[in-house]
Design a protein around this ligand. Structure first.
Ligand SMILES: *Cc1c(COP(=O)(O)O)cnc(C)c1O
Length: 473
């Protein structure tokens, strides 16, 4: 399997080559040259597999430059009951007639990003060792990404993590999850500014190509194909739990920010998983809902981007969206390039009528959930079922319910546990979210971080000062 750029870079690359890369050199995103189709007999065979076994079958279709025995070992090490708290890894539970919740948040940081990031951690370590290389992972976070990345990469050979976060903007729980890590390869950098300052610093460092190469700087952001691929697995796992035969279809409701999670659903559908609808739920930052309703993609200015109570979906543009548009345009790279260059220059594009018709054939519908809807949904679920759900999951449930059809089970993706967003749970219920065992008092643990003003030179000096970590065996 080769990977090509959505903007038409000619030569295809293998999975292991793009694993450690970000954008393609032409500014596009890597996509597989085709989606492998899975037939009914294969689906039947996969039904009985363990999560790691299923992951191996799916990832093998996309990875031919890691020996199968090694890939199997990486996946067996990643998807364990020990790490995810349950042998099923992503258990499905019934909520109300026709509506199910797919639990993706049982990993170390209690958010769905662990499912892919834990695999990425093992894959990075493996590939760096094979290449006799080291990598400095640089990132900016306002919450879930940073902690998932740090918990996946802590203690990994050959990797160092430099994670920038804005001063006092994350929930106390999220801060504790990151800052309590004592591993020497984790560097928490608190920036005296807002998230955009952090992101600008990362961009400025990455734009210095000489520094980037010399220091071997990489990322783990959501455009990474390996992350997306690892997320495809739980769409299959959810389907198998909700159905008894391949004649049945299901829909998924997905709380969406950067279009990574739901893009994995799109890939699963392209592979032949019987998905009726992919229901895209946004919060007040409704760039993508607007696109699916109108055919116009209009990225927002910073001043137009709302700080909401489902903060992991507060985006001004959706970094994975180009992958879907590429498919929607019939894999026309020239046209994709044109549209996304127009986004860079004019912040918007509108699909032609012909392309809108084609996009309509991919099974998407969308909706938007606001602060009021979110709180009401958390309250409603608590009153009726005695369960507490997190604000992002509430957005997906709200929009999913509005699009539910009687004959088709609706699987709502649970992307975080409520303990991470306790302030909003308190607003909704007047009480604290339940805290999973092992997380009691994490706010009181000793904290490791440095803080600095948004200063590129100081950041570069800090990155350059730490050496490679592969030395001790
Ligand atoms: C990251 C995140 C999302 C958004 O996922 P995308 O892949 O960016 O669409 C939703 N909910 C939670 C809790 C998250 O951490």
């Amino acid at each position: 399997m080769k990977y090509v750029s959505t903007r038409g870079e000619a030569e295809g690359k293998g999975f292991a080559e793009i694993l450690l890369e970000g954008l393609a050199p032409d500014g596009g995103l890597y996509v597989p040259e085709r989606y492998p189709r899975v037939d009914a007999a294969t689906l039947n065979r996969w039904r009985g597999l363990s999560y790691a076994g299923l992951a191996f079958e799916i990832l093998s279709l996309y990875i031919d430059d890691i020996p199968p025995a090694d890939l199997r070992r990486l996946l067996d090490t990643t998807y364990t009951a020990e790490v995810f708290g349950t042998k099923i890894i992503t258990p499905l539970r019934a909520l109300e007639p026709g509506v199910f919740v797919l639990g993706l948040s049982n990993g170390p940081t209690l958010a769905f990003k662990d499912v892919a990031m834990q695999f990425l951690g093992h894959a990075f370590e493996y590939e760096l060792a094979r290449r006799d290389r080291t990598l400095k992972v640089l990132g900016a976070t306002s919450g879930d990404t940073g902690s998932a990345a740090e918990h996946a990469l802590k203690g990994k050979r050959g990797v160092e993590v430099f994670m920038l976060s804005p001063l006092d903007r994350m929930s106390p729980f999220q801060q504790a999850q990151m800052f309590s890590l004592q591993e020497a390869n984790i560097h928490n950098i608190v920036v005296e500014g807002v998230f955009d300052d952090c992101q600008d610093l990362v961009k400025a460092v990455s734009a210095d190509l000489a520094f980037k190469r010399l220091q071997s700087i990489g990322t783990v952001n959501s455009i990474n194909w390996a992350r997306l691929l690892a997320q495809v697995v739980y769409y299959f796992a959810g389907y198998f739990q909700a159905t008894r035969s391949n004649d049945e279809r299901v829909s998924f409701a997905v709380p969406t920010g950067n279009f990574g999670n739901i893009c994995a659903g799109h890939v699963a559908r392209m592979m032949g998983l019987p998905i009726e609808r992919l229901v895209l739920a946004t919060n007040e930052n409704d760039v993508l809902d607007e696109f699916f309703r109108t055919g116009t993609y209009r990225v927002r200015a910073a001043a137009e981007t709302h700080a909401t109570s489902s903060p992991s979906m507060d985006i001004s543009k959706a970094s994975n969206f180009e992958r879907f548009v590429f498919d929607g345009l019939g894999c026309d790279a020239a046209r994709t390039r044109e549209l996304f260059e127009q986004v860079e220059s004019q912040h918007t594009f509108t699909l032609a009528a012909r392309d809108r018709d084609r996009v309509a054939g991919f099974g998407f519908t969308s909706g938007r959930s606001t602060a009021v809807d979110r709180l009401a949904t958390i309250r409603n679920v608590h009153e009726r079922f005695g369960e507490v759900i997190d604000p992002h999951t509430a957005d997906a449930l709200f929009v999913g319910r509005a699009h539910a059809e009687r004959a088709t089970p609706m699987l709502v993706l649970e992307t975080a546990l409520p303990a991470k967003f306790n302030a909003t749970v308190r607003d909704a219920l007047g009480r604290d979210a339940p805290r999973p065992a092992g997380f009691e008092g994490i706010e009181d643990l000793p904290r490791r971080f440095v803080s600095m003003p948004p200063d590129i030179a100081r950041l570069k000096a800090l990155i350059a000062a730490s050496g490679p970590t592969e030395a001790c065996a």
